[in-house]
Design a protein around this ligand. Structure first.
Ligand code: FE2
Length: 257
C-alpha cells in the first residue's frame, strides 16, 4: 500500500491496523486466522481507497500467508472530526437592588436538577491515584450554572476538532451546556463554589450508569485529547471570550452572543 501511494504521489497520514488472531484448537498449536481492521485517513477519496485496497489484495506477502493462514481484512475510514462550539444558556437578571440580584435560571427542557457544593478546593470526580478521572453522560445533557464562587471545568471530547476545553465558569457566563459523550471534571478554588446543574435527560437515563468516573489510566484517546493545547473560555470585560494560547502567540476572539 505504501509503495502504491508513493507511486501515485499520495501522502498517507495515520493508518491504524488492529489485528486479532485465532489459534487452532486441534493438532499442533498454530495460528488459524488473522482478522485485520484497517482504519484509513479521513482525507482519502473513494477511488483512492479502491486503488489502495487492490494493492493490498495483490500484495505478495498477503498472498503467501493466505496459503497457510486465513486472513480476513475489514476496511474503515476515520470519521471527520466534528466542529464544535460550546453553548452557554444565559441567565436573565430581572431585578437588582443593593446587594441583591434576582435572575431567571431556567433551562428549556430540563427534567432533572442537582446542586453540587464544593467546600474549599474540591475536585469532582476525584483522581484515581495519579490519574485524572472524568464523568461522561450518555443520556443526559448538563447545564451547569455557578450560583456562588467560580468553578473551573475541563472538557475532553476526542470526536471534536478541538478536543480540549478549559472553562473558568462564573455566574455571569450562564449555564455551561455539556453535550452527551463529553468527558468532564471540575475543580474549585480555596473558597469553594456552588453549582446548579439543570439536566435534560432522555428516556434511557439510568442514574446507576451515568455517574461512573472514567480514569485516564486506561484511556489513551483521552490522554491524547488532553495533550492538545486547550481552548480557554473566560469572562472578561462583561463578555464571554474564547482564547487559545500557545508559546508564541496569544489570540483572542470575541464570541458573538
Ligand atoms: Fe455531569
Amino acid at each position: 500500500m505504501g509503495i502504491t501511494a508513493k507511486e501515485e504521489g499520495w501522502k498517507l497520514d495515520e493508518i491504524t491496523v488492529e489485528i486479532d488472531k485465532e489459534m487452532t484448537t486441534q493438532g499442533a498449536r498454530k495460528i488459524k486466522s488473522l482478522s485485520l481492521q484497517i482504519k484509513m485517513p479521513v482525507e482519502l477519496k473513494e477511488d483512492q481507497l479502491q486503488v489502495l485496497q487492490k494493492a493490498t489484495r495483490d500484495c505478495p506477502v498477503l498472498r503467501s500467508l493466505n496459503n497457510s493462514i486465513q486472513i480476513k481484512v475489514k476496511w474503515n475510514q476515520a470519521q471527520k472530526k466534528k466542529h464544535t462550539t460550546l453553548n452557554f444558556v444565559p441567565t436573565h437578571v430581572f431585578r437588582e437592588t443593593p446587594q441583591v440580584t434576582f435572575f431567571d435560571a431556567g433551562v428549556k427542557g430540563s427534567n432533572g436538577s442537582d446542586v453540587v457544593i464544593h467546600h474549599g478546593s474540591a475536585l469532582s470526580p476525584p483522581n484515581d491515584d495519579d490519574f485524572e478521572q472524568y464523568y461522561v453522560h450518555h443520556h443526559q445533557i448538563d447545564h451547569n450554572l455557578v450560583l456562588d464562587g467560580s468553578r473551573t471545568f475541563t472538557l475532553l471530547n476526542p470526536e471534536w476538532d478541538e478536543p480540549h476545553h478549559v472553562i473558568y465558569l462564573n455566574q455571569k457566563m450562564g449555564a455551561l451546556q455539556i453535550p452527551i459523550g463529553t468527558y468532564h471534571r471540575s475543580v474549585s478554588g480555596p473558597d469553594g463554589s456552588m453549582v446548579l446543574n439543570q439536566a435534560v435527560r432522555d428516556s434511557d437515563f439510568d442514574s446507576s450508569k451515568e455517574f461512573i468516573p472514567v480514569s485516564l489510566r486506561e484511556r489513551p484517546d483521552l490522554v491524547a485529547a488532553k495533550a492538545v493545547d486547550p481552548i480557554y473560555w473566560i469572562w472578561e470585560g462583561d463578555q464571554l471570550k474564547r482564547t487559545k494560547l500557545n508559546s508564541l502567540l496569544v489570540k483572542t476572539q470575541q464570541i458573538e452572543t
